[in-house]
Design a protein around this ligand. Structure first.
Ligand SMILES: [Zn+2]
Length: 134
């Protein structure tokens, strides 16, 4: 089922995605817009903004707001893109604990540090900066 609500928006996002990969020096990644079977329904907590598989250079991002189906703001999309790209730079870590079991931490402090510096790089880029509101 096709879920292309706004082809112009999708083309622009793809262009900005390519630029973000260039700025972050992460070539070869592909953006896949998230296609939903049904929009405007379902529980919000089940709706993720994006995801990535570490074994593939592919990032899936929802380009629309889940309920109202409007094009999502570009700076929000760029932040999700940066978040998902950061997963490839900072893979999950195992935290060893003295008592109890080891835990796998996906969003660890090093992850957030890398993510923040990535967003700063995007904000400073001449092409991307105009799409950031703050
Ligand atoms: Zn994440």
């Amino acid at each position: 089922m096709s879920d292309v609500l706004d082809p112009k928006h999708e083309a622009l996002v793809d262009h900005l995605f390519q630029r973000a990969c260039f700025v972050l020096k992460m070539p070869g990644f592909v953006l896949r817009p998230l296609r939903r079977r049904s929009r405007g329904r379902g529980k919000l907590r089940m709706l993720r903004l994006g995801y990535t598989k570490l074994s593939e250079k592919q990032i899936t991002v929802d380009l629309y707001t889940p309920r109202t189906m409007k094009p999502r703001q570009l700076d929000a999309i760029l932040r999700v893109v940066c978040h998902e790209l950061t997963h490839h730079l900072e893979p999950p870590k195992i935290w060893h604990r003295w008592f109890g079991r080891d835990i796998r931490v996906i969003h660890h402090p090093d992850f957030w540090k890398k993510y923040k510096s990535g967003v700063e790089l995007l904000k400073r880029d001449e092409v991307l900066s105009e799409h950031f509101t703050s």
